[in-house]
Design a protein around this ligand. Structure first.
Ligand code: ZN
Length: 118
């Protein structure tokens, strides 16, 4: 199995609903996102996919949440804007363009990461 991986970042604010602790108050993160694409084979060019295309797709998805108050976005009115649900949101949007198996990891701090893969 091949795996290719890219990273990017976005900034945003959120507050968690139904949670007792510091994160129920409004605060922000510089989230680091890590995207892996898996494939059993490569194309004739020896690539799983073009890194540039993958980076552009991710940029497009992140631009919809970058510098936003996540709780205000339609998707996160229903789902709590946790790192887990942010990873699922990014996965859902990237999957429109990428047919291979994808893993999305979202780091809210240098030591805390949530992932969604399918
Ligand atoms: Zn937070």
């Amino acid at each position: 199995m091949y795996e290719i991986k890219i990273t990017d970042e976005f900034c945003g604010a959120h507050k968690l609903r139904g949670y007792k602790g510091e994160c129920e108050a409004l605060h922000g993160h510089n989230w680091k996102t890590e995207i892996s694409v898996y494939s059993k084979t490569t194309g004739k060019n020896g690539m799983v996919m073009d890194f540039k295309i993958l980076k552009d797709r991710l940029k497009g998805v992140l631009s919809s949440i970058d510098h936003k108050y996540l709780n205000d976005l339609a998707y996160f009115k229903k789902k709590n804007p946790t790192s887990e649900n942010i990873a699922e949101f990014i996965h859902k949007n990237l999957s429109r363009y990428i047919k291979q198996k994808i893993k999305v990891s979202v780091w809210e701090t240098a030591t805390s990461c949530a992932s969604f893969e399918k």
